[in-house]
Design a protein around this ligand. Structure first.
Ligand code: KG4
Ligand code: ZN
Length: 327
């Protein structure tokens, strides 16, 4: 079985081809440079760029996979959540290909793509607590089985990646802010600044208070503070994510914790979450670094697991910018 998937939920245009568990191609065209000058993603610009990049990526992917489009058994695309005008491009292309080649179409939830991504490679899925941390989302999910998800907690304001991006901007670092902050934090003292850890005992997350605390602290700082501030901020985010994830795993009685999404590129988060899992006797799985940020391989993988389990979508299925992972 060979699946071709497109991911265009935000500002990354991506195409991937997966044959069973073997990834034959994964192409990603980032639009970071185009949006950087506006200080964030401009939906109209993203959508136009998807239209420009997608045909080229489709050609690159089929060429590097050494397959003809007629050999593809199913076409998949992210159908939400995301920007409507962006989702529309990938979904329309996948639907057109599915209709043209007379093959099934699969509509995939972007968040399901992220939460399954730690299993790409060795695909044995078992019940787990999944932490998804990206620029648009922060949530923990009780994964009972494929398609059987229960949201444990989600952010009530900023996503973790959004907090990294906003704080980075405040202190004059580039976009995306996560990697910039992580780089500086390596030589900083995480204990120098006492920043808030919000809602520690709740299941939901909140990061806007932390961001505001940094804003109020900044005018009082002089001299060489950047590395210490980055390290202290990063540690505040990591503390909250680790504590809530371990508590969720214990509450739901699972023995596996997974993490995915752009912020899970952060080595300090990975190290501290892995250590905490080890201390508590929990297995830990993260997605490979190149699979953490938005890509189509995770969408193809979710589509493959869904097809194998007998799930199907209708080609008339609409995109949904607010698509929920679970009711
Ligand atoms: O998953 P992703 O590519 O896009 C969304 O679906 O949002 O995640 C992008 C987010 C950005 O906010 C970026 O700052 C963050 O992931 N990120 C990081 C790191 N690398 C990317 N945050 C912290 N540390 C990193 N190393
Ligand atoms: Zn994402």
């Amino acid at each position: 079985m060979t699946i071709l998937a497109l991911e265009t939920s935000c500002d990354e245009t991506a195409v991937a081809i997966l044959r069973h568990r073997e990834l034959l191609a994964s192409e990603v065209a980032s639009q970071i440079a185009e949006h950087e000058k506006y200080g964030g993603v401009v939906p109209e610009v993203a959508s136009r760029n998807h239209l420009v990049h997608a045909p080229r990526l489709l050609e690159c992917a089929t060429r590097s996979a050494k397959i003809d489009m007629s050999n593809v058994d199913a076409f998949a695309a992210t159908s939400g959540p995301g920007l409507a005008s962006s989702l529309m491009i990938g979904a329309s292309i996948a639907k057109g290909l599915a209709i043209g080649y007379g093959k099934p179409y699969l509509a995939i939830n972007h968040l399901e793509g992220h939460l399954l991504s730690p299993f790409l490679g060795d695909g044995e899925m078992k019940p787990n607590v999944a932490l998804i941390v990206s620029g648009g989302h922060t949530m923990s999910i009780f994964v009972r089985a494929l398609g059987d998800y229960q949201i444990i907690g989600r952010t009530v304001d900023d996503a973790a990646g959004e907090a990294f991006d906003k704080v980075a901007k405040m202190i004059g670092l580039g976009y995306p802010g996560g990697p910039e902050i992580e780089k500086r934090a390596r030589s900083g003292d995480p204990k120098r600044f006492d920043l808030p850890r919000s809602m520690l005992d709740a299941t939901n997350f909140s990061f806007s208070g932390l961001k505001t605390a940094v804003r109020y602290l900044l005018p009082k700082l002089h001299g060489d503070y950047l590395a210490d501030l980055c390290a202290s901020f990063q540690q505040a985010v990591v503390d909250v994510l680790v504590r809530k994830t371990i508590a969720a795993a214990q509450k739901h009685n699972v023995d596996l914790v997974t993490v995915s999404g752009g912020v899970s590129c952060n080595q300090e988060l990975l190290r501290q979450l892995r250590d905490a899992c080890e201390r508590e006797g929990l297995e830990f799985k993260s997605a490979e670094a190149w699979l953490c940020t938005d890509n189509a391989a995770m969408i193809a993988f979710a589509a493959m697991l869904r097809l194998e389990s007998g799930f199907a979508s209708n080609v008339a299925e609409e995109i949904d910018p607010n698509l929920a992972l679970a009711s």
